[in-house]
Write a protein that binds this ligand. Structure first.
Ligand SMILES: Cc1ncc(COP(=O)(O)O)c(C=O)c1O
Length: 398
């Protein structure tokens, strides 16, 4: 079953604004019963009337109506030609690199989720694919790394965990024949639509803000063109790393409130970032909504700023690693956890948790200092988040 939509259908859908599309795209009332909430089609296979005569579905690795609805929804929100969903964000990234062949070369941002270099350095490199890590915030550094065999440029913007931005439009101008892939997990299409800025593929760990409630692991790749989408659907079926119908359904439910949630994540994060910036024991705060953020103007021009600057920030305490680790273990409301992008505020120590797979040298080059603390600001009352940080900073600095 394909998730491609015709140009005429796209025009009709384009008349709706983001919040409306997030609720309705891909989710007309169930044709069999009229159920407004899309059913979870918990089935392995589908009865065929005769050999080759079916209703578009044959086997749930190849296609499942609940997952198709999610794929249609995400394709529309990201303004792509189609979307393929996967069992995790890493499975989605694996599918993207599976577009490459022996001898191909890819450029990856120096600052990305640690799982991406782990995958490329340890697995794809064994199949004769070459990788270069470049500072993608500097288009000249990316340009210098491009070779004849460069087929992919993979960036995260904002990047995990330093929030460093990549200028998507600038990379599109220099990318030549390489495909630009943007991991849009931190922003979501409520804040940033890379395909509109010229990117070829958008990746999500839907585990994060897209589903938003700490209940699923999932991933997605949205393609700007039909050929890439078809190739990714082929990879999805061939490798079998598919999203389950139940996780698809929970993700669709999360998407219905995406715009609301992202606005509130941004409002709360702005308040937390301002509180931290004014704190005498904090040495640096990285948040794209702060005037002090080194790429504040790019943040404003690349983001749909009406929905704010997202829920992610990073900071460092005076007293470095020791103070940071003490803070993490003295939190009471805020949870010390690997995940991000959910209703609960979560704190991570990237050097020992999410980015432990990177070498210390690579981390330092990417600005992931040992004292850096990443905060995924949730949807609790912002004063309660600040109060908890305040008491933990006091204890950490004592
Ligand atoms: C930006 C980013 N991309 C991809 C991933 C991988 O996603 P998953 O954990 O769903 O496999 C993560 C996980 O933290 C992430 O932060």
């Amino acid at each position: 079953m394909t998730t491609l939509i015709t140009k005429k259908e796209k025009k009709q859908k384009d008349r709706f604004r983001f919040a409306t599309r997030a609720i309705h795209a891909g989710q007309a009332p169930d044709p069999a019963t009229g159920a407004v909430s899309l059913p979870i089609y918990q089935t392995t296979t589908y009865a065929q009337e005769a050999v080759g005569v079916h209703k578009g579905y044959t086997y749930s690795r190849t296609g499942n109506p609940t997952v198709t609805a999610l794929e249609e929804n995400l394709a529309e929100l990201e303004q792509g030609e189609g979307c393929a969903c996967f069992s995790s964000g890493m499975a989605a990234i694996t599918a993207v690199f599976s577009l490459l062949s022996q001898g191909d070369h890819a450029i990856i941002s120096e600052v990305v989720y640690g799982g991406t270099p782990r995958l490329c350095n340890n697995i794809f490199s064994r199949f004769g694919i070459k990788f270069t890590y470049a500072d993608s915030s500097d288009p000249n550094a990316v340009k210098a790394a491009i070779r004849n065999e460069t087929k992919l440029i993979f960036v995260e913007t904002p990047a995990n965990p330093t929030l460093k931005l990549t200028d998507i439009r600038a990379l599109c101008e220099i990318k030549g024949n390489a495909k630009l892939v943007v991991d849009n997990t931190f922003s979501t299409p409520a804040l940033q639509t890379p395909i509109k800025l010229g990117a070829d593929l958008v990746v999500h760990s839907t585990t994060k803000f897209i589903e938003g409630h700490n209940t699923t692991i999932g991933g997605a790749v949205i393609s700007a063109n039909k050929k890439d989408h078809e190739d990714l659907k082929f990879i999805q079926n061939a490798t079998g790393s598919i999203l389950s119908p139940f996780n698809g359904w929970l993700t669709l439910r999360g998407l219905k409130t995406l715009e609301l949630r992202m606005r509130k994540h941004g409002e709360n994060a702005q308040l937390v970032a301002e509180y931290l910036e004014d704190h005498p024991n904090v040495s640096q705060v990285l948040y794209p909504g702060l005037q002090s953020f080194p790429q504040a103007s790019l943040a404003a021009s690349q983001n749909t700023t009406k929905n704010g600057f997202g829920g992610m920030l990073a900071f460092e305490l005076k007293g470095g690693v020791k103070a940071g680790l003490r803070l993490a273990s003295n939190l009471s409301l805020i949870c010390l956890a690997e995940n991000l992008g959910a209703t609960e505020t979560m704190v991570t120590h990237p050097a020992t948790m999410t980015h432990a797979a990177m070498s210390k040298e690579a981390r330092e080059k990417a600005g992931i200092t040992d004292g850096l603390i990443r905060v995924s600001v949730g949807l609790e009352d912002p004063q309660d988040i600040i109060d908890d940080l305040d008491q933990a900073i006091k204890k950490a600095s004592a």
